[in-house]
Design a protein around this ligand. Structure first.
Ligand SMILES: [Cu+2]
Ligand SMILES: [Zn+2]
Length: 170
């Protein structure tokens, strides 16, 4: 009987742990090189995003949750192969259709633009109150070549362009 109780308890704890955490190993789309990890944790302040990355090019990079758990390349509407295009668009469960950044009421997948210093390493954490670990699991996280102005103009989706790094969130 004790063993059964212990098993049930472990299962409950296991489910709890599984449910409030998610994580993604990040890979450069061109070389396939692993550049670190992003961890997502539910907290009373919202979803805590812990970024631990290296070997990234200096500068500002668009940073978003995309809707599909798939980082494969795919062909765009012009028949051109694009890195990580299988990840789909920005996570937008409310079908807002607008890229408005992390504090806007548009895509829920819009994260704060990632600032990479000269040494290529990013060790930061921040809260994003509109998401949960359960929501981001089975999606992907993408870092773009270019920055993010949190608007769809002059270029769509903040202007980040090509998908530089990608990870499936598990
Ligand atoms: Cu993106
Ligand atoms: Zn967006």
């Amino acid at each position: 009987m004790k063993k059964v109780l212990l098993t049930v308890l472990l299962l409950i704890v296991g489910c709890y742990l599984f449910d409030d955490h998610a994580q993604a190993d990040m890979f450069l789309t061109q070389s396939g090189k692993n550049v670190g990890k992003i961890i997502f944790k539910d907290t009373p302040q919202g979803l805590l995003v812990q970024v631990n990355l290296k070997n990234l090019p200096e500068g500002l990079h668009g940073f978003h949750i995309h809707e599909n758990p798939n980082c494969e390349a795919a062909t765009d509407e012009n028949g051109k192969l694009q890195a990580a295009l299988s990840a789909g668009g920005h996570y937008d469960p409310d079908k807002s259709g607008h890229h408005l950044g992390p504090t806007g009421q548009g895509h829920k997948g819009d994260l704060p633009v990632l600032k990479v210093p000269q040494n290529g390493m990013v060790q930061i954490q921040f809260y994003t109150p509109r998401l949960t670990a359960k929501e981001v699991r089975d999606k992907s996280v993408i870092i773009h070549e270019g920055g993010d102005n949190y608007k769809d103009k002059p270029n769509p989706l903040g202007g980040g362009g090509k998908r530089m790094a990608c990870g499936v969130i598990k």
